[in-house]
Design a protein around this ligand. Structure first.
Ligand SMILES: Cc1ncc(C[n+]2csc(CCOP(=O)(O)OP(=O)(O)O)c2C)c(N)n1
Ligand SMILES: [Mg+2]
Length: 357
């Protein structure tokens, strides 16, 4: 006898289509006009920050940097849906999730300048530093979620990772652990089609990345990642589901990396310009802008003053970091909540011998 052992399907959610038509039945009830405008402003600030840091890098004023252009909806929609006491575990590209959480632009810019001490107060914002070791963030997030559960703190964690990161062992270990121990964590997979020069098709032969969660017993969904309303709703739904049953959720957000992987990369060497042009038409910021205008809650005047405001903010952050001096000894201070004896010895020796000169 052969019978079905398991059967599932992955749903794909879109609330606002590419022409900004909205499925009213899916709009979260709490998303009022004020919140919609705030999300729109965050998305624009994120792009302004990304463009500014790219310009600063080209001037040699900051170090290598990963632009977020095109991925504003994933980062704003999800971070905006989280409670201030929930934890955000970012990667090197999710600058905007940190901005939404309130991390000062000066800290972010200092980090991109290459000074680790930028992150010394990051835990005040219930976030971790932007991690570069691909995949490691998932296990950190599962650990934080375990801690929250162990201490009976009713908050959740959201961790970001790209399509490429879902091929790492750490990813499978983290989703497995979170599934087995029913941990309050949202795995937000920012599928932007590329992992440096490796296309999504080379990461997995599976039709969706969301289905990887199913194998770990995790509720999984795919959303249009350029639709900020869909990302917001999926994240709110995930939080509600975690509140109900304490189990993790995986969200695969379909988006596109409009720029280079980092400032050290030249994507024209490996991807066709037509693809970029096609995604340009799905721009997440334009999509929300059209919707706000159609609702008559946004106009040219507001757009102009927002652009000016953002210009001032990013220029100020660029100015702020000019005087920031590196204090390398601080790298020892933020590894643990207190410095263990052996690390203190290493620090003393490094300071005494001026290792970084
Ligand atoms: C463990 C590890 N392996 C390789 C790298 C080099 N690396 C940095 S980013 C990256 C691609 C990651 O792609 P993806 O997860 O899709 O995220 P994206 O950069 O597209 O946001 C690689 C291979 C790294 N930082 N860490
Ligand atoms: Mg990617």
């Amino acid at each position: 006898m052969i019978k079905e052992a398991y059967n599932t399907s992955i749903k794909n959610m879109q609330v606002m289509d590419e022409d900004s038509n909205v499925d009213i039945s899916l709009i979260p009830k709490d998303l009022d006009d004020k919140k919609l405008i705030e999300m729109y402003k965050f998305m624009n600030l994120g792009r302004a920050v990304s463009n500014k840091l790219l310009a600063l890098q080209r001037l040699g004023k900051v170090a290598t940097f990963a632009p977020l252009n095109g991925e504003e909806a994933v980062q704003v929609g999800s971070a905006y849906a989280m409670d201030k006491n929930d934890y955000i575990v970012p990667i090197y590209r999710t600058h905007l999730s940190l901005i939404v959480r309130g991390v000062p632009l000066k800290s972010l810019f200092t980090a991109v300048k290459g000074y680790e001490e930028a992150y010394s107060s990051i835990s005040d914002y219930h976030t971790t530093p932007e991690i570069i070791v691909v995949g490691s963030q998932f296990t950190h997030a599962a650990g934080i979620a375990y801690g929250l559960k162990y201490r009976k703190i009713g908050n959740a964690v959201i961790v970001y990772g790209g399509d490429g990161s879902t091929s790492e062992g750490d990813f499978y270990e983290a989703i497995n652990f979170a599934g087995v121990f029913n941990l309050p964590v949202i795995f937000m997979i920012e599928n932007n089609e590329w992992a440096i020069s490796v296309p999504r098709s080379r990461q997995s032969a599976a039709e969706t990345l969301a289905q990887k969660g199913v194998a770990a017993g995790i509720k999984s969904i795919q959303v249009d990642g350029n639709d900020v309303l869909a990302v917001y709703k999926a994240t709110k739904d995930a939080l509600e589901s975690i509140k109900q049953n304490g189990k993790p959720v995986l969200i695969e957000a379909l988006t596109y990396r409009m720029g280079m992987h980092t400032t050290s990369d030249d994507p024209t060497k490996y991807r066709p310009e037509e693809d970029v042009d096609a995604w340009q038409k799905k721009d997440p910021i334009k999509r929300l802008q059209r919707y706000l205008i159609s609702k008559k809650i946004w106009n040219d005047e507001m757009e102009q003053s927002m652009i000016e405001e953002n210009k001032e903010l990013v220029n100020q952050a660029a100015k702020d970091i000019e005087s920031v001096k590196s204090e390398p000894e601080k790298m020892f201070d933020n590894v643990y909540s207190f410095i263990p004896e052996t690390l203190q010895e290493e620090k003393d020796e490094a300071v005494k011998n001026n290792f970084w000169q």
